[in-house]
Write a protein that binds this ligand. Structure first.
Ligand SMILES: Nc1nc2c(ncn2[C@@H]2O[C@H](COP(=O)(O)OP(=O)(O)O)[C@@H](O)[C@H]2O)c(=O)[nH]1
Ligand SMILES: [Mg+2]
Ligand SMILES: [Zn+2]
Length: 292
C-alpha cells in the first residue's frame, strides 16, 4: 500500500500525489460511501496504484486534522485572510474568518495586499490585530513587495486564501506558485444552470501547498455557536477573563466590563470589539432560531 495526498477530485476519480510527486488516478472503494465518508482534497490516503490503463483504488483515508464543508477540503492548517485598500476592506468578514480559523484550530494570517496603493492600511491592521496575535503582512502582488515573507509564512502549511472578492487572492496565489489562475472580473466558477460548482485543486509549487479556492468566503459564523462561546475565539479577550463585574460577561456593554475598559484605555482596538458585538448579535439571533 502507498501513501499520498488527494490533490484533485472530479467525477468520482481522485488524483493522488505520492511523496515523489507522481500522480495516480484512483477510484474510491465502495466502503467509503457506506461509511458516508467523502474523500476530500487535502486528505492523506493509502492507495493501490492501477496498472496500465486501469485506475487504482483509494483504500484508506488517514485521520484528518481539519475538515471543511464549504469549501470541501481536509487538513488545511493556515488561513490567509486577504485584505486590500481597494475594494474597501470588509473587516466584519475578516473577523468572521478569524473566528472560523480559531474555532477550527487553523492558524490565521492577514495579508494586506495592494500595498502600493495605500501603505497606511497594513500598519493600522497590525495595531488592531496585534492583541489577538494575528500576524499582518504588507504585500503587493503588483510590485512583489512582501511576497518572500508571505511565502515563508506559508511554508510547511496546507494553506487556503480567503477574503472578499477583488482583494487579490488569485493574483497572489499565481505570483507565489507560478500557476496561472482565473483573476479579475471573470468568475472562476463553472456555471451549470443555476447551480455553480467550484473545482478545487491543491497546488504544490516552489515548496508551497495552496488550495486554489476562494476559501472560507462562504462561511458564516458557525450555526451551532453558543453566544457565550464567541468570545473564546477572540484570543485578545483571554487576558481579561474573570475580570468583568459580571460572570459570565458577554462583553456587550455590561457595566464593569474589563474588555470595554481595555478599549477605553486603548489596549484593545475599538473597531474590532465593535464588530465582535455585531457578530455576537448575529450569533444570538442564530442561536435563538436554531430549532426553527
Ligand atoms: N494595484 C494592485 N492591483 C492588484 C494587486 N493584486 C491584485 N490586483 C488586481 O485586483 C483585481 C482583483 O484581483 P483577483 O486576484 O482577481 O482578486 P480575488 O477576487 O481576491 O481573487 C485584479 O484586477 C488584479 O489585477 C496589487 O497588488 N495591486
Ligand atoms: Mg479569485
Ligand atoms: Zn466583559
Amino acid at each position: 500500500m502507498r501513501e499520498g495526498t488527494i490533490v484533485e477530485g472530479r467525477g468520482g476519480l481522485y488524483t493522488v500525489r505520492d511523496g515523489a510527486g507522481t500522480d495516480y488516478v484512483l477510484r474510491a472503494k465502495k466502503k467509503f460511501r457506506r461509511q458516508n465518508l467523502t474523500p476530500l482534497v487535502g486528505d492523506r490516503v493509502c492507495f493501490l496504484p492501477g496498472s496500465l490503463e486501469e485506475h487504482g483504488w483509494l483504500e484508506e483515508i488517514l485521520p484528518r486534522t481539519f475538515q471543511g464543508l464549504r469549501p470541501p477540503v481536509a487538513n488545511v492548517s493556515l488561513l490567509v485572510v486577504v485584505l486590500a485598500p481597494e475594494p474597501a476592506p470588509d473587516l466584519l468578514l475578516a473577523d468572521k474568518l478569524l473566528v472560523t480559523a480559531f474555532g477550527q484550530g487553523i492558524t490565521p494570517l492577514i495579508a494586506v495586499n495592494k500595498q502600493e496603493l495605500d501603505a497606511g492600511l497594513a500598519p493600522r491592521m497590525r495595531v488592531a490585530y496585534a492583541p489577538a496575535g494575528v500576524p499582518v503582512l504588507a504585500v503587493s502582488a503588483a510590485t512583489g513587495e512582501g511576497l518572500d515573507a508571505l511565502s515563508q509564512a506559508l511554508s510547511g502549511h496546507l494553506s487556503c486564501f480567503a477574503g472578499q472578492s477583488g482583494a487579490g487572492k488569485s493574483t497572489l496565489i499565481s505570483r507565489l506558485t507560478g500557476r496561472e489562475l482565473a483573476s479579475g472580473a471573470i468568475s472562476p466558477r463553472i456555471r451549470r444552470g443555476r447551480q455553480t460548482t467550484r473545482h478545487i485543486t491543491l497546488i504544490e509549487e516552489r515548496g508551497l501547498r495552496v488550495l486554489d479556492t476562494p476559501g472560507f468566503s462562504l462561511l458564516e459564523t458557525p450555526d451551532d455557536l453558543e453566544p457565550q462561546q464567541l468570545a473564546r475565539h477572540y484570543p485578545e479577550f483571554e487576558a481579561y477573563l474573570g475580570q468583568c463585574r459580571f460572570d459570565p460577561c458577554l462583553h456587550d456593554r455590561e457595566p464593569g466590563c474589563a474588555v470595554a475598559e481595555a478599549v477605553s484605555r486603548g489596549a484593545l482596538d475599538a473597531g474590532r470589539v465593535e464588530r465582535y458585538r455585531e457578530l455576537l448579535a448575529q450569533t444570538k439571533e442564530k442561536w435563538s432560531t436554531r430549532y426553527d
